[in-house]
Design a protein around this ligand. Structure first.
Ligand SMILES: Cc1cc2nc3c(=O)[nH]c(=O)nc-3n(C[C@H](O)[C@H](O)[C@H](O)COP(=O)(O)O)c2cc1C
Length: 189
């Protein structure tokens, strides 16, 4: 497992702050991490609602060199990165993923797959034996090939049924998430 020691203390401080004490402890006592990448904020909102319902810790996957804030430019940048199978450098490091049993992994559908920063994230840690729960914000293409792309990167993980949300999900989001969590057997707070 690749651990950047410099990032460890920061990550631990972040997690303690997010969980209000017992790092990563959800209401049901399972160690849960909600990790997400978001360009426009929709996935961030969905991640926040999942975190509200399941507890645990939450962390945003951020880039050293962020994508352009301009929509047309980011379309080109994302396509370029996907074609090159780039691994953009991440700003934050989670530190020790060891204690987490369940990792919710959120991202926008980008060109029918995962944004490449999500690939960097998945290759930066040892996800063997972990349960990964993907969730994806999209503009009509639902999950696309994203779950297959994740499975290829973490062949030793269990991947639960993913949730796809149209853009921000609107007012039905909390209910949609609650139904999905019940279906996949994740306890809520
Ligand atoms: C670079 C890029 C590529 C996209 N590709 C797709 C796509 O292939 N299919 C789709 O349904 N939506 C696509 N979208 C729309 C996003 O998935 C959608 O706007 C999502 O809500 C964005 O989430 P975010 O606000 O967390 O970034 C794309 C958006 C961007 C910026």
């Amino acid at each position: 497992m690749k651990i950047m020691m410099a990032g460890l203390a920061l990550a631990e401080a972040l997690f303690m702050a997010a969980s209000g004490g017992n790092a990563g402890e959800s209401a049901a006592g399972r160690k849960i991490l909600v990790a997400y990448f978001s360009w426009g904020g929709n996935t961030r909102g969905i991640a926040g609602e999942i975190h509200r319902q399941v507890g645990g810790d939450i962390v945003e996957i951020e880039l050293v060199k962020p994508y352009s804030a301009d929509y047309h430019t980011v379309l080109d940048e994302a396509l370029r990165d996907q074609r090159a199978q780039a691994r953009p450098e991440l700003k934050n490091q989670v530190g020790d993923l060891g204690p987490y049993e369940v990792i919710f992994l959120g991202y926008p559908n980008w060109w029918a797959s995962i944004p490449m920063p999500v690939a960097t994230f998945l290759e930066s840690y040892d996800f063997s034996g972990k349960t990964i729960v993907p969730f994806c914000s999209h503009g009509g293409g639902r999950l696309g090939q994203s779950v297959a792309a994740i499975a290829k990167l973490v062949p030793k993980s269990t991947i639960l049924e993913a949730l796809s949300v149209h853009y921000s999900g609107g007012s039905s989001l909390p209910g949609e998430i609650a139904v999905w969590l019940r279906k996949i057997g994740i306890e809520t707070k």
